[in-house]
Structure formats: structure tokens, C-alpha cells
Write a protein that binds this ligand. Sequence first.
Ligand SMILES: [Zn+2]
Length: 320
Amino acid sequence: MAQYFVGIDFGGTNTKLGLFDSDINLLKRSSIPTDIDLECDALVEAMGNAVKELVSDAEISMDDVKAVGLASPGPAQYKKGIIEAATNLPKLVNVPMRDMLSDAVGKPVVFENDANVACWGEFAIGAAKDAEDMVFFTLGTGIGGGIVNRGKLLEGSGDNAAELGHLIIYPGGRKCNCGQRGCVEAYASATNTAKRAAEAVEDGFPSTLKEVLDKNGEITCKDVFEHSANGDPLARETTEETARALAVLCVNMLHTTEPKQIVFAGGMIAAGDALLSRIKHYFNESIWHLRKETVEICFATLGEDAGIVGAAALAKFRTQ
Ligand SMILES: [Zn+2]
């Protein structure tokens, strides 16, 4: 009986693959570079071959693989399995990725947005494995989001629910890449945390970060948290603003879907308790007293594997 699952995390630089048993234990992993110059059929062929190689390297027959999960960047029509225009993948415009990969490997393919997949990974076996209702944020260049409500991913009428980075927290505020103003992403993503600090330094606010900017030509989010820990007032105010913005996001999510857990992932969580304790502080300061202590705010546990784990777990869930 088919009992194995393959999870694929399809990214603009690398495509990561994992082979999992039916309890979503990782048995074997591999990775291939994503060649962005390839036409879609060549790209899918390379991906299909990587799946077959991974499975045969583990001395398992493809007959024993039940389904493949594919985590893909958007925007896409996820129910139809069509990538509309992937960021960093200029050749993939309106391509039926799911069905092409399914033909290449001869297995059902479950296709989903990468943030939703990482969310599902944390829900299935990660930080929120005991919660039926959870919200997930990933803090990177932008802020990705996912919502599990009563054990199911929230998808929306056009498959684009849970674009949580574009919830507006400051009307008329900073301009976001999406064109709106005041999105939480414009303040509290890793990129925008660094950008706010760099802007203040360029505006002449005194800070130890000036030396970093002069030397490296840029300031990273990691720099900001490091200088904040060392007591630089500008860096401190910048990280506090990030924590405040994320706390407002948590309050809004609590009132929307009433999760048991809110899970943060992405590079910024390397800041550790300096981030988490401040989000909790501002959350407790802001939240309606009746909802105090009804939600656990925590960090993700799957790290870089969230994509492959979530893709395999979602493939299992949707082919049951
Ligand atoms: Zn936005």
C-alpha cells in the first residue's frame, strides 16, 4: 500500500525535496538548484527527475509513494494548480504547474502557497501541533501568513486568504510594496525593520548603526537587533516599533479567528526572546482584558524544513 509522501519546497534559488513516511518523519532529503532560465516543461522535468531520484536513493519504489506536495511562491490560482507570475521566476507565467508535475511523476500533486504550506507544517508536527486553530506569520523580506481554522487552512474565495502582511495597522502610514499604505509588512518585516533604521540614520539621528551603514552600505535586521541589545537608543526604538506592530497584528488576529496559538517564523526569530518577550509585552498591554491569556504566542520549530514538511503533510491530509 502506498504510504510515503514527497514534499517539495519550490524556491527562486533552490528547490528542496524531502521523502517522508506516513507519520511525516523525514527519511531522506535532497536539493536541486532552480534554473530560472529554463522553460516550464524543462523545469518540471528536472523537478520530476529529482523526485524519482530521491525515492530510488531511499530504496523505495515509486509505487509506494501516495502523493507529492508542492509549496510554490505566488501569485497563483491554487485550486486550479496554476502559477500566474512567480516572483523571481520570469518564465513561469500562467503555467499549470500542478498537473504538469503530476504527469511527470505519475502521482497526485497537492499544490499550495508557500506560506500556507509552512503554516501547515507547524500545525501538523511543529509548534502548533496540539492546536486546532492557529495563525502563522513568517518574517522575512515581507510578512507571509497562514491561518488554520478548525483544522483546515483558510483559503478564501479566490485562494488568497491570509495575506496577513497586508493588514493595515496604521492608516495613511508607510507605503508598502503592494501599493497600500500602513501595512504591517511596511513596518515589521525583517527588510523593513532594517530599512526604517537605515532611514533614521540617514536622517541624521545619532546611532551606533551609522558606522555599520558607512562600512557596509546597508543595515541588516540582525544589525538592528544586535545594536538594540547593546543599548543603542535608535536601534532599540526600531525593534520596539517592530514588536509593537506585530503585537497589534496578533490582537487583530485574535479577534478575527480566535486562535489557540500564534506562531512566528522566518529569519527574524533568530533575535530570540528580545523579540518574543516584547511582542508579548505590547500584546498584553493592548488586548481586551477578556481575551488576556487565551492565546499562546510562540516561535516556529521546523526552521528551514517547514516547506518540505508542510508540503508532505498537506499532501497526506488532502489525499486521505
Ligand atoms: Zn501591503
